[in-house]
Design a protein around this ligand. Structure first.
Ligand code: F6P
Length: 330
């Protein structure tokens, strides 16, 4: 049988009435941009991908050449297609309404153009994350307020992982599906269908250097994992931390696990961005049967107050995420 390409996958969903033509085009455009970014990631030091440019993004982080390039590639690919009303990026202070004379569509796009950028210059996997919302009715000049919708309103979410292979994980609300870039043909080919995250796991991912600043429920959970067989959990746990959320979440999607970047005494709101990282990943994980919380609340139910808002993130295998939530409630 011929493999299912991303194009075929999306057209099937359009015919089934799950997505409209504009959303199909938007997802395909993001995928095309991710192919272009993947080529630049691959060139690495040859194009000075990790060079610090001397500029800072809105979060006061030093921008690297690949951060800026990836942002430009995603914006340029999307601004003329006609599906979008506006785009917001982790790399830009304010959302950009689609400039005239390009036609405006009904969707809002949020992008984290290059996630895991501390890994650019050391040849470790990085990625791009995107989230799609509907532009509220009657809004002709979408500003920050138009974007401030809870994650459960997302109509699609996805991420590309630039690793040994380039992967694309997407959901349009009917499960999470995986594609691999065939670099010889230039197409994304479906390699995983309706991914299911195992409900139980013995693997956790957290930056343990922040341990002294964690809240007591997180400290308790990790202490219990570390106690292994001799502790209350009665079994040994393994730890992994790539420091690229895209790679850590892909591992969780592939074999289960719990990924945590909780709020702490230094990052009191959390470290990851609600709208560019937490929301799309929470949708992808929930659609694969997992769970995602900030410790107290389901991430997808959080009402955002600011575009660049940060949040604590605990996501992955359902039973472990529920355990962490119960420790917060205790
Ligand atoms: O933007 C966020 C990010 O790069 C994530 O992809 C990753 O999970 C995290 O930061 C890594 O943080 P740290 O550098 O604290 O390990």
């Amino acid at each position: 049988m011929r493999p299912t390409t991303l194009t075929k996958f999306l057209i099937t969903r359009q015919r089934d009435g799950k997505i409209d033509a504009d959303l199909r085009l938007l997802i395909e455009t993001c995928a095309r941009a991710c192919k272009a970014i993947s080529i630049q990631v691959n060139k690495g030091k040859l194009i000075g991908a990790g060079d610090v440019l001397g500029t800072q993004n809105v979060q006061n982080e030093a921008q690297k050449r690949l951060d800026v390039l990836s942002n430009e590639i995603l914006i340029e690919a999307n601004e003329w297609g006609g599906s979008l009303a506006a785009v917001a990026s982790e790399e830009m202070e304010a959302p950009v309404p689609i400039p005239l004379p390009h036609p405006r569509g009904q969707y809002l796009l949020l992008i984290d153009p290059l996630d895991g950028s501390s890994n650019i210059d050391i040849n470790i996997s990085v990625g791009s994350i995107f989230s799609v919302l509907r532009c509220p009715e009657g809004v002709s000049e979408p500003d920050e307020k138009a974007f401030l919708q809870p994650g459960r309103e997302q109509v699609a979410a996805g991420f590309a992982l630039y690793g040994p292979s380039t992967l694309l994980l997407i959901t349009v609300g009917d499960g999470t599906h995986g594609f691999m870039l065939d670099p010889y043909v230039g197409s994304f080919v479906q390699t995983q269908s309706d991914i299911r995250i195992p409900e139980d796991t013995s693997e956790f991912a957290i930056n343990a250097s922040n341990m002294r600043r964690w809240e007591p429920p997180i400290k308790r959970y990790i202490d219990e994992c570390l106690a292994g067989q001799d502790g209350v959990r009665g079994r040994d746990f393994n730890m992994r931390w790539v420091a690229s959320m895209v790679a850590d979440v892909y591992r969780v999607l592939s074999r289960g696990g719990i990924f945590m970047y909780p709020r702490d005494a230094k990052n009191t709101e959390g470290r990851l961005r609600l709208m560019y990282e937490a929301n799309p990943m929470a949708m992808i994980v929930e659609q694969a049967g997992g769970a995602a919380t900030d410790g107290n609340q389901r991430i997808l139910d959080v009402q955002p107050k600011r575009l660049h808002q940060r949040i604590g993130v605990v996501l992955g295998s359902k039973n472990e995420v529920e355990r962490v939530t119960s420790y917060h409630a205790a």
